[in-house]
Design a protein around this ligand. Structure first.
Ligand SMILES: Cc1cc2nc3c(=O)[nH]c(=O)nc-3n(C[C@H](O)[C@H](O)[C@H](O)COP(=O)(O)O)c2cc1C
Length: 208
C-alpha cells in the first residue's frame, strides 16, 4: 500500500547543513497522526528499495510527473515547499527579479518550509524539479544539503521548456557525498503520460 505526503512542517529549514534530526520532537508532536510516516509502505515490492519521490514544482508541471512516479512505484511522496512561495512576478525571469537574483548567486539557498520525516529510512530518492536557467533551482540545493544522502541513490527527473537535465545533475553531484549514487536522470515534457513516466521509473529501480 502506498503512503501519501509525509511531511513535518518546520521550523523553516534554513540553508546548509541542517538534518532532519534538528526538526525537533515538538514539530513531530504537532502533526496529525495520519500525516506521519508509516515507512513500511514505502518498500517497493518488486525491488525492495525504500523509495521516496521528492519534488519541487512552481507551476505544477513537475508535480504531475512526480505524481505519475508515485503512482507507478511503491513510494512515499514529498513536496519540497518554499517558505516564501513563488509569485508570478518572481517567476518572470530575465527581469532582474527573484529568480534571476537566486540564479546569479550560488551561495544563495532558498528556505524550505517542511521536512522529510525519517530520511534515513530511504535508500532511493527520485528527485524532481523544473529546470531554471539550465540548472536545478536553488531550493533543490537547499534540499540536498539538508539531509545525509550517503550511500543513497538519487534518480533525478525534471521538466523544462526545452533544456536537458545534464547540467542539473552536475549540480546535484557537486552537493552530495561521494558515496551517493546519482543516476543520469530524465527530462520530461509537460505532456508526458502516466504510463511513459511509470515505465521509466520502474526501469530505473530495476537497475539498482
Ligand atoms: C525562473 C525560470 C527559469 C527557467 N529556465 C529554463 C531554462 O533554462 N530552460 C528551459 O527549457 N526552461 C526553463 N524554464 C521553464 C521551466 O523549466 C518549465 O516551465 C517547467 O516545466 C516548469 O515546471 P513547474 O511547473 O514544475 O514549475 C524556466 C522557468 C522559470 C520560471
Amino acid at each position: 500500500m502506498k503512503k501519501h505526503l509525509l511531511v513535518l512542517p518546520l521550523l523553516a529549514l534554513a540553508s546548509c547543513g541542517q538534518t532532519e534530526a534538528s526538526s525537533g520532537s515538538s514539530a513531530l508532536a504537532s502533526q496529525p497522526e495520519d500525516s506521519l510516516l508509516n515507512s513500511s509502505s514505502a518498500v517497493n515490492i518488486d525491488t525492495e528499495h525504500r523509495v521516496l519521490v521528492a519534488y519541487f514544482s512552481a507551476t505544477g508541471t513537475t508535480e504531475r510527473i512526480a505524481g505519475h512516479i508515485h503512482d507507478g512505484v511503491d513510494s512515499d511522496l514529498f513536496e519540497i515547499v518554499p517558505v516564501d512561495p513563488y509569485t508570478s512576478e518572481d517567476l518572470d525571469y530575465y527581469t532582474g527579479g527573484r529568480c534571476d537574483q537566486e540564479n546569479a548567486d550560488d551561495t544563495i539557498r532558498v528556505e524550505i518550509a517542511n521536512q522529510v520525516s525519517g530520511m534515513a529510512y530511504y535508500d532511493t530518492v527520485f528527485l524532481g524539479y523544473p529546470i531554471w536557467f539550465g540548472k536545478a533551482p536553488k531550493i533543490i540545493w537547499t534540499f540536498l544539503e539538508a539531509y545525509d544522502f550517503s550511500s543513497k541513490t538519487i534518480i533525478p527527473f525534471c521538466t523544462s521548456g526545452s533544456s536537458g537535465i545534464s547540467n542539473s545533475v552536475a549540480n546535484i553531484l557537486s552537493l552530495v557525498p561521494s558515496s551517493t549514487t546519482v543516476l543520469e536522470g530524465r527530462r520530461f515534457s509537460g505532456s508526458s503520460g502516466a504510463d511513459e513516466v511509470a515505465t521509466w521509473a520502474k526501469s530505473q529501480l530495476a537497475t539498482i
